[in-house]
Design a binder for this molecule. Structure first.
Ligand SMILES: Nc1ncnc2c1ncn2[C@@H]1O[C@H](COP(=O)(O)OP(=O)(O)OP(=O)(O)O)[C@@H](O)[C@H]1O
Ligand SMILES: [Mg+2]
Length: 257
């Protein structure tokens, strides 16, 4: 078992839906898994989680089965609840099976769960919905890194700006944010510099628009692109993103020491 507190929490969040949060969380988790880390992907979309669909796995149990026993968790219970994606060895904590069960996952329970799970994993990746419910706020608060996503669309960029102001107002560490643009298309005619300037945020990485619909097809098949198409440009970019995030975590730790 790892030492207490060793695992890193990476939350992936976009304040606008449909921007690619689940795609990026899933493939980022896989990139870290390919590097032989012990990785857990948590579906924190408590009402309408889709992670098990992306991996075409049948969930064993769900996050509710951990939250409801939060003060008596042990390795045996985890084993009963966590779903393994056999092709990669990635571990998945599924969202509740029905939307009306979402309110059984509260912020306090979720926070305790993250603290508990850190002992077992090198990385915990949290896929979030596009709104700030208790669970998402807890994930953001407890994360070592928050991957903040936007597309090039104005509503998405505007919401990122609103989120960023709230994040600062809440007093969270701005260094924990890595701002990533998805669906990046050079032909769109907006320069990265302009986006960065207007939001006053450094762009950590821009992930390419997949206009050949390979990513959409991956969802249809339930096989993430990082599993069977590692040479695809998107997979390569996600792999680089995972390395850059790991480097950033190391740098941040050096500063603290
Ligand atoms: N860079 C990209 N280029 C093209 N298509 C993409 C890209 N990233 C994601 N997609 C596609 O966009 C669709 C939505 O992606 P995804 O479900 O990951 O978004 P989301 O932000 O999690 O949505 P939701 O708000 O519903 O949770 C999927 O079909 C996915 O394959
Ligand atoms: Mg999603």
């Amino acid at each position: 078992m790892l030492q207490p507190q060793q695992g890193k929490i990476l939350t992936v969040f976009s304040p606008k839906g449909g921007v690619g949060t689940t795609t990026i969380a899933s493939n980022l988790a896989l990139a870290l898994r390919i590097k032989k880390h012990k990785v857990l992907l948590i579906d924190a979309n408590n009402q309408f989680g889709t992670v098990t669909l992306f991996f075409s796995v049948r969930p064993r149990n769900s996050i509710i089965d951990l939250i409801s026993r939060i003060d008596e968790l042990d390795a045996e219970i985890l084993k009963e609840v966590i779903t393994i994606h056999e092709a990669s060895g990635l571990e998945i904590l599924a969202a509740p099976p029905r939307p009306e069960m979402a309110d059984q996952v509260n912020g306090e329970g979720f926070g305790k769960l993250l603290t508990y799970l850190r002992r077992y994993y090198n990385y915990i990746i949290v896929d979030t919905p596009a709104y700030l419910d208790e669970t998402t706020l807890t994930a953001i608060e407890k994360a070592d890194i928050n991957v903040l996503l936007s597309s090039l669309e104005i509503p998405s960029l505007r919401n990122v700006n609103a989120f960023s102001l709230l994040y600062q107002a809440l007093g969270y560490n701005p260094r924990k944010i890595v701002f990533v643009l998805n669906h990046y298309d050079r032909k769109a005619g907006i320069s990265l510099e302009r986006i960065s300037e207007s939001l006053n945020m450094e762009i950590f990485m821009a992930l390419p628009l997949d206009d050949k619909l390979v990513l959409r097809d991956a969802v249809k098949r339930g096989v993430p692109v990082m599993v069977d198409n590692q040479s695809h440009l998107f997979s390569k970019n996600i792999y680089v993103l995972s390395t850059k995030i790991q480097e950033k975590i190391t740098q941040m730790e050096e500063v603290v020491v």
